[in-house]
Design a protein around this ligand. Structure first.
Ligand SMILES: *[C@@H]1O[C@H](CO)[C@@H](O)[C@H](O)[C@H]1NC(C)=O
Ligand SMILES: *[C@@H]1O[C@H](CO)[C@@H](O)[C@H](O)[C@H]1NC(C)=O
Length: 308
């Protein structure tokens, strides 16, 4: 009887162990697929972000810096099969430095050679320099303009309802309070203004920079949400030629770059913000499904081109 008793004991021990493991229930991180080690703690799904020792609260959006870090790690380890340098370039993706809260540090470098200063959306706002470049602070991006052309729908709908639909979709999908969103529709162009300054933003608010990033990834068909059913944004409204403008509290400090053809159309919107500096990232869908290089431009130059 010695053997069975030992077996029973062993079985019991295993069951107890299983119960302990089981009680740490795993969960799916609804708002961030780039996570690992998820567990349910007091009904809240908490995970580790890939590549950083930062806890992700899956009830809300994850900060852009943390998301970019996870993506870059994924690219490096080959977890996601996108070793396409064009993709990396065009996305403005680099291996970011995040602070303990998951926000961008003011100075970002590529490898050891090249460094630059970024805004709170992680977009470059200065010339590239060497390691000695100093970045005093992260300049806040308080206004983000998303301009997109929407593909024709079959059903005729009034303009008011298109604006309302998109406003609601932004608010619901990205958890952003309606008061930060305004939508303008001038067929077929849709302009979404996200305005949120530092004094308005409360601790419970998602940041407009994170919202814009989730949107950008949605438009590119690489949603950050783990819920695949939501991959398409606000169907049947589909966007093309999406342009995202970052308006910082202070003008950016980079020199002029030349503009590609086809960009003229978006300049009108920029003029609205002529008094403030603007960073422009252009994402144009190419035939092969790639994206054109992001252009960074100074306001003066755009203004000149507009008037010429
Ligand atoms: C960093 O930037 C330099 C110059 O822009 C480029 O030649 C180099 O490939 C980049 N390195 C990495 C790791 O991206
Ligand atoms: C922030 O925005 C609010 C509402 O638009 C405005 O009343 C306030 O003056 C702004 N604060 C700063 C510091 O710009």
């Amino acid at each position: 009887m010695e053997l069975p008793r030992r077996a029973v004991f062993l079985l019991g021990a295993l069951l107890a162990l299983a119960a302990v493991v089981w009680s740490q229930e795993t969960c799916l991180c609804k708002n961030n697929k780039r996570t690992t080690d998820c567990s349910l703690v007091n009904g809240v799904c908490l995970c580790k972000s890939i590549g950083l020792n930062i806890t992700v609260d899956c009830r809300t959006l994850t900060s852009k810096c943390v998301l970019m870090k996870a993506e870059v790690i994924g690219l490096k380890t080959g977890r996601r099969k996108k070793p396409d340098t064009a993709y990396v370039d065009n996305d403005g993706i680099y291996d970011p430095e995040c602070d303990a809260e998951g926000n961008f540090k003011p100075k970002q470098c590529n490898g050891t050679e090249t460094c630059w200063c970024v805004n709170s959306a992680g977009a470059r706002r200065t010339e590239k320099g060497d390691r000695n470049i100093t970045c005093q602070e992260v300049v806040r991006t308080s206004w983000i303009i998303i301009e997109a052309k929407h593909l024709e729908r079959n059903t005729a709908t009034g303009e008011g309802s298109i604006e309302g639909t998109i406003g609601n979709a932004f608010s619901e999908r990205y958890q952003l309070d309606q008061k930060y969103i305004s939508v303008m529709y001038e067929k077929p162009f849709i302009t979404v203004n996200l305005k949120q300054n530092a004094s308005e933003k409360t601790i419970n608010d998602v940041d407009i920079a994170d919202v814009a990033y989730y949107f950008e990834k949605d438009v590119k068909g690489d949603t950050i949400f783990s819920d695949k059913s939501g991959v398409k944004f606000a169907e049947p409204l589909q966007f093309e030629n999406t342009v995202i403008y970052y308006v910082d509290d202070k003008p950016p400090e980079f020199s002029m770059k030349h503009l590609t053809a086809g960009v003229i159309a978006v300049i009108v919107v920029v003029v609205l913000a002529i008094v403030v500096g603007i960073l422009v990232l252009i994402f144009t869908r190419r035939k092969r499904g790639k994206y054109e290089k992001a252009e960074v431009k100074e306001m003066n130059e755009m203004h000149r081109e507009l008037n010429s």
